[in-house]
Ligand binder design. Structure first.
Ligand code: A2P
Length: 342
């Protein structure tokens, strides 16, 4: 496939929808860091923060109200303002000729919408030529499929069992405020006020992210299972347990993989170490393994604790960590935007 998505230009007109949020702010930072060729930045949010100022590439921009904004003339809009906002506004941006990269779950499982992790399924982007909406996968899905893809290419994967340890930033700025506030309240012998999460998150672990479905899974678990199969291979069986932990940035995952044929831990370690977007830290002798405290603020997907599953044939166990706001959201969206201009 050689045809470009957007005409070749020196600079592009880019909007960030949800520019005042945790992911939106990181999108702005990453566009700057990677020197994305931006002619004009259009920060958009709700009427609550319209009129406030953000700085991009040393220049001040006024945040505008999404409801009132006319997208004509925009090239790319990165959306991270919740599913309802995407459902209501992404189609009118796309109809105005703008490519939308949407971080919400609103469009991900639509059969004709591209769901993209650039290291994993770049060719699926071709679907976006028709509808101009590209979905950014769930944060936990992204780091999982980056780790699974090179292993699946080496030996086909039959089944994946994954349990997550997800940071509160996955619930946006409000989630981070709740962990900080509850921690301070409990350390001051006061009652912890609860608002964002379904139970107290400070000094706790909550096996419940998003709503429960009729089959007993949560919607977050269902997203991981369905999205992994859509991105990687629908023939892989996937089951997930998603858990919120009192960590600010960085999701961790315990992953058990059963292959069709044997794949040794040693060979898996070599394959992962050579793969795009992955850093392996795996040295039990020096007690080296990935952790969110170190992955936070970084771009790669970190993999460690790679070992043969002693309980079952053709199976491996590994530990996968990434910054959920960067690779899990903003960075992946910016990488998709880069594919649109090259
Ligand atoms: P606002 O600052 O106006 O509320 P987070 O995920 O950190 O909670 O951030 C959510 C982001 O989505 C914020 O930038 C927020 O803007 C934006 N947002 C939420 N609801 C809407 C809406 N209805 N229209 C536009 N932006 C919205």
């Amino acid at each position: 496939m050689d045809e470009r998505y957007l005409p070749e230009k020196d600079v592009y007109r880019v909007a960030v929808v949800g520019a005042t949020g945790a992911v939106g702010k990181t999108m702005l930072e990453i566009l700057e860091e990677r020197q994305f060729p931006v002619a004009e930045m259009v920060p958009l949010a709700s009427s609550r923060s319209a009129g406030s100022t953000i700085t991009f590439n040393g220049k001040d921009y006024t945040v505008q109200d999404l409801e009132q904004f006319d997208p004509a003339g925009l090239d790319i809009a990165l959306f991270s303002a919740g599913g309802g906002t995407s459902l209501a506004h992404a189609p009118r941006f796309a109809e105005a000729g703008c490519y939308v990269v949407d971080n919400s779950s609103a469009w991900r499982m639509e059969p004709d919408v591209a769901l993209i992790v650039p290291e994993v399924n770049p060719d699926a982007l071709a679907m976006a030529r028709h509808n101009r909406i590209i979905a950014n996968p769930n944060c936990s899905t992204i780091q999982l499929v980056v780790a699974l893809k090179p292993l699946h290419d080496a030996v086909p994967i039959r089944r994946v069992v994954v349990s997550t340890y997800q940071a509160v930033s996955g619930a946006g700025g409000k989630g981070m405020e709740e962990l900080a506030r509850q921690t301070a309240q409990l350390l001051n012998a006061r009652e912890a006020e609860q608002d964002v999460f379904p139970a107290r998150i400070a000094f706790n672990v909550i096996p419940h992210i998003d709503v429960f479905l009729e089959d007993g899974y949560t919607k977050e678990e269902r997203k991981m299972m369905d999205e992994t199969r859509k991105i990687l291979d629908p023939s892989i069986a996937v089951t997930a347990t998603t858990v919120r932990v009192p960590v600010f940035y960085g999701h961790s995952e315990s992953v058990n993989i059963t292959f069709e044929q044997p794949l040794s831990a040693e060979r898996a370690r070599e394959i992962l170490a050579e793969s795009e977007g992955i850093c392996v830290i795996d040295d039990p002798a020096s007690e080296d393994y990935p952790m969110p405290s170190e992955a936070a603020g970084s771009d790669p997907v970190w993999v460690g604790r790679i070992r043969d599953d002693a309980s079952f044939p053709n199976s491996l166990q590994l530990w996968v960590v990434a910054d959920n706001v960067r690779k899990g959201a903003a960075l992946n969206a910016v990488q998709i935007a880069e594919m649109l201009i090259h």
